[in-house]
Design a protein around this ligand. Structure first.
Ligand SMILES: Nc1ncnc2c1ncn2[C@@H]1O[C@H](COP(=O)(O)O)[C@@H](OP(=O)(O)O)[C@H]1O
Ligand SMILES: [Mg+2]
Length: 262
């Protein structure tokens, strides 16, 4: 695969400044965001085409850049064929080239994201989530300081597929549910103090949560499955159907409410 002309100079710039894995994650996610913003604003096209082109272009950029800049590492991407070599690799980049694909194709929405995470020797060690519609790319190393929590907890859920028990959990906690697209956008809204929790159940894959989770951990948030068990990455089957990211003081109350509501 070759890099397209407008992308190549940026990749050269990345190569000159990318000794740090977290900095590389930040630069790649941010640049993929530029590619996606450009595609979205350049000329009108049907939503189905925009989604397909966005997924493909961002994936092509990320995988070509990683092949060039980290040739010894494996990659697990939502948009690529899964290569079993990742199961014996020490370092695996877990990427979602466009999370919130549906929202990306709705031109007035900004709840979509690019996820770049690095798994090394059994753990997520670095990552970045770009939010091109909103501006910032957040990383596991320099997340913003957590703001004070709202008195009435705000729990983010999928716009299209909220957990069946979400209403019951919210009622038990005296919380409100806020629908939003994209796992990365929801997780970063918790990091940025716009909500207290993100709850998902019913289906998801490792690339949907790897980068959001490592950034959220860097910010001091709780991350787990909805039964409280640890999240684990680079598994033979990357299906990981549920997720809780929340302020640490809400972990026990939310997990108890989930257990009582499921
Ligand atoms: N039930 C389900 N099964 C598989 N993937 C799901 C899912 N619910 C949500 N997801 C994925 O999780 C991400 C966030 O979803 P949502 O916006 O609904 O919260 C989306 O990723 P992509 O946009 O990368 O496909 C979506 O496809
Ligand atoms: Mg996704």
């Amino acid at each position: 695969m070759t890099l397209s002309e407008p992308d190549f100079p940026d990749t050269v710039a990345v190569r000159m400044t990318c000794d740090s894995d977290v900095e590389l994650a930040r630069l790649l996610a941010t640049h993929a965001g530029v590619i996606l913003l450009r595609l979205r604003t350049r000329k009108p096209m049907p939503a189905s085409r925009l989604k397909a082109d966005g997924d493909r272009r961002s994936h092509d950029f990320l995988t070509a850049a990683l092949a060039k800049l980290r040739p010894a590492d494996a990659v697990l991407s939502e948009e690529g064929a899964d290569d079993a070599a990742r199961l014996s690799a020490r370092r695996v980049w877990i990427v979602d080239p466009l999370d919130g694909t549906r929202e990306y194709s709705e031109l007035d929405r900004d709840d979509w994201a690019i996820h770049v995470a690095l798994w090394e020797d059994g753990e997520l060690v670095a990552g970045a989530v770009a939010l091109p519609g909103l501006g910032p790319t957040l990383t596991s190393e320099q997340p913003p300081q957590l703001r004070p929590a709202a008195a009435k907890p705000r729990i983010l859920v999928s716009r299209s597929r909220p957990p069946a028990y979400a209403e019951a959990v919210a009622e038990k906690l005296g919380a409100e549910l806020l629908p939003m697209g994209s796992a990365g956008a929801k997780a970063m809204a918790v990091v940025r103090g716009q909500a207290e929790a993100y709850l998902h159940d019913g289906g998801q894959y490792e690339w949907d949560s790897a980068a959001p989770v490592v950034v959220a951990r860097g910010a001091g948030l709780h991350t787990s499955r909805v039964d409280g068990s640890p999240l684990s990455y680079n598994n033979p089957n990357p299906y990981q159907p549920d997720l809780l990211i929340c302020r640490p003081e809400l972990a026990t109350p939310i997990l108890s409410a989930i257990a009582a509501s499921k």
